[in-house]
Design a binder for this molecule. Structure first.
Ligand code: GRF
Length: 231
């Protein structure tokens, strides 16, 4: 769970080898690639894997010279069989940390145990609120004043693993699903590379179900955000 295997002592830890799982647009994959290319994240995307052959995320990977593969879940009799194929592909590419980025399949214990403590996911809500699909719509229907996104270690439930990092966005009374989703998405693109960086630097430590982050600077924000703002 602390990442950056094999690096003891002072020197910089090696780049973390990522395998990214996706089903759609892949804007989070893009944010991770951009962070790597800008020198803000010591990582290498070894492979991008989609369960959907036409996922745009695969094209994004190819454009950056990253191997892009499809493993179509419809070709497998069970979730476990599909996950066995995923595990084999990820291992074939020597993946250390699995990044779920809009991967629309629930992972079975086969995957979760094979990469125990080494699978991250991102959810467009402040966990444990609004798990599952339609988190943005759920937040609007509930009338929350803040929502956001959460990066967590995948455990054997739905969106309920140990939380690594969260970002908060205000919910505007005039928001529709598109507007709120866009605001959350923009934060996801900052949050996911940060969470991976903390892993790569070996700063994440699991204490029960709580992820402790080592060597944090003091919080920068004076006072709590309030929405609507006091007049
Ligand atoms: C994100 O909103 C993420 O929170 C959810 O799926 C979406 C993926 O977006 N798990 P993208 O494919 O990375 O653009």
């Amino acid at each position: 769970m602390s990442g950056g295997s094999g690096a003891a002592g002072g020197g910089p830890r090696p780049a973390v080898k990522l395998g990214v799982l996706l089903s759609g647009e892949g804007t989070n994959l893009q944010a991770i690639i951009d962070a790597i290319e800008r020198g803000r994240l010591r990582a290498e995307v070894r492979v991008a894997i989609s369960n959907k052959p036409r996922a745009r995320g695969l094209e994004r990977a190819r454009r950056h010279g990253i191997p892009a593969e499809t493993i179509d879940h419809r070709g497998f009799a069970s979730r476990e069989e599909f996950d066995r194929a995923l595990v084999a592909a990820l291992r074939a590419h020597d993946v250390e940390l699995v990044i779920c980025a809009g991967f629309m399949r629930l992972l079975s214990p086969v995957m979760v145990r094979a990469f125990h403590g080494r699978i991250m996911n991102i959810h467009p809500a402040l966990c444990p609120a609004f798990p599952g699909v339609d988190a943005v719509r759920q937040a609007l229907e509930y009338g929350v004043r803040f929502s956001g996104c959460t990066v967590f270690f995948v455990a054997e439930g739905v969106d309920d693993g140990p939380i690594i990092a969260q970002a908060v966005v205000p919910v505007d009374p005039n928001d529709d699903e598109t507007a709120l989703a866009a605001r959350i998405h923009a934060e996801e693109h900052r949050l996911y590379p940060l969470a991976i960086r903390l892993y790569q630097e070996g700063r994440l430590e699991l204490d029960g179900r709580v992820v402790r982050v080592r060597d944090l600077p003091p919080p920068a924000t004076p006072g709590a955000p309030i929405n609507p703002r006091p007049e």
